[in-house]
Design a binder for this molecule. Structure first.
Ligand code: PMT
Length: 401
């Protein structure tokens, strides 16, 4: 049997679609999986715990304690190979997005160490409400896999989007997830990534630069590669070694970064620009080292503007191309980031602010807010740059789906 030895935890929240969960539990146990079920109080109004316990051959759990015994939610969350919440009601979705822990299902979700998948079920208007979109984006940003909803007749009598996926479809995705046969979402996509600082020479030994280490961009390039993309990384002067599995092109100045990006952009599906590009460069760099001499006048360095690589790509992108930029701000961060979406014709801007401790240049962590030109906004907590990169890639995948 294909799922023999696999442990699957099913969470059921209050929705009429809970009747489909009965069939899902049946499919999973027939395939050899060990299934445990946790339900909310509201779910018990829609589906009988007796049916679920008979099919799973396990006691159905719903309370944080039974008599004077405590239901150990931490161990349940650690027991499973996969947790699937089906159906996911609007109410449970909102709790997951905010970490509200007021029942056993939420306690198990919050302590789960395994991958989590959710199967939303709600009425069409609820499904299209901005809060639902935002809550789902947050979950996706945290790595939760969201099953698409179906289109058809709804419990309200209306017809539209919001139906929970069919049990057979959910079973297929569970099987893929557990057997490691998940499809890489960016397979076949070519993506150019810029990373690191640029150095603008004043003379052969001095330059105008910034503190970028390239870490954020390298992690993003790796996360895009992990999803199957062919990555062309245009990397400014950093000490980090070339990441593996991608084409790395080293550059020094903004002009070089521009030329390197321009050369590949038309053949790419996406441009992700994490580089801290110098906006200005010395117009007339000295040919030899500018010497300090007693009585000699201090040099006046005239600056000229560098090309804006993100704005260039934004202005010439075709319909299938997506541009993603960063915004590094020190004040009025959200306002400036929103302006950059527009002024650089970007699909997505990832904001990081130097006012947030642990965010921005150099370190191994970052704290970002992801904004899209569809008015979506997801604020993420402080995380490692590798985790931030994964969350950004999930947001990109969701945007381009
Ligand atoms: O490299 P790390 O040490 O890990 O630090 C990561 C980071 C702080 C550099 C990164 O997270 C980040 O914020 N990168 C963008 C920094 C920046 O220059 O922001 P900006 O607001 O000035 O630029 C906005 C966007 O336009 C960026 O996507 C930038 O790459 C792009 N740009 C800017 C100027 C220019 N001439 N060409 C550009 O393409």
């Amino acid at each position: 049997m294909v799922l023999t030895g696999k442990k699957i935890l099913i969470g059921v929240s209050g929705s009429i679609a809970a009747y489909k969960t009965i069939l899902l539990v049946r499919l999973l146990t027939k395939a050899g999986a060990q299934v445990k079920v946790v339900i909310t109080k509201a779910a018990a109004d829609f589906v009988s715990p007796l049916v679920l316990s008979t099919l799973s051959q396990e006691k159905v759990l719903s309370d944080l304690s039974e008599g004077d015994a405590w239901a150990n939610h931490v161990m349940l969350g650690r027991w499973a190979d996969l947790m699937v919440i089906a159906p996911l009601s609007c109410n449970t979705l909102a709790k997951m997005a905010t970490g509200l822990c007021d029942n056993l299902l939420m306690a198990v979700y919050l302590s789960a160490t395994c991958p989590v998948m959710v199967c939303p079920a709600m009425d069409e208007d609820m499904w299209h409400h901005p809060s639902t979109r935002d809550n789902l984006s947050r979950l996706r940003g945290w790595g939760v896999q969201v099953m698409p909803v179906g289109n058809g007749s709804l419990a309200s009598g209306l017809t539209g989007e919001g139906r929970m996926a069919e049990p057979e479809e959910i079973f297929d995705v569970i099987f893929q997830q557990i057997s490691g046969e998940t499809k890489q979402a960016l397979l076949g996509k070519k993506i150019v990534v810029t990373a690191g600082p640029t150095y603008e020479p004043i003379d052969p030994v001095r330059f105008i630069g910034n503190h970028s280490s390239g870490k954020m961009g390298i992690e993003l390039a790796r996360a895009l590669r992990a999803e199957g993309a062919e990555v062309h990384l245009v990397l400014g002067p950093v000490s980090a070694p070339d990441p593996e599995g991608m084409n790395v092109q080293r550059v020094t100045t903004a002009q070089e970064m521009f030329e390197a990006t321009k050369a590949v952009f038309d053949s790419c599906d996406m441009a992700v620009m994490t580089a801290a590009v110098a906006d200005f460069r010395p117009a007339n760099p000295f040919e030899s080292k500018y010497k300090k001499q007693p009585g000699k006048q201090l040099p006046v360095i005239e600056l000229e503007e560098n090309p804006d690589i993100l704005a260039y790509c934004g202005s010439r992108k075709k319909e299938h191309q997506i541009t993603v930029g960063f915004a590094l701000e020190t004040n009025d961060a959200l306002e400036y980031a929103k302006k950059k979406l527009d002024s650089k014709s970007a699909n997505i801007i990832v904001l990081n602010s130097l006012q947030d401790i642990g965010a921005g240049f150099g370190g191994d962590t970052n704290k970002v807010t992801i904004l899209t030109n569809r008015d979506q906004l997801v604020a993420l907590p402080l995380m490692s740059k590798a985790e931030v990169a994964k969350a950004i890639v999930n947001a990109i995948i969701e945007y381009s789906a």
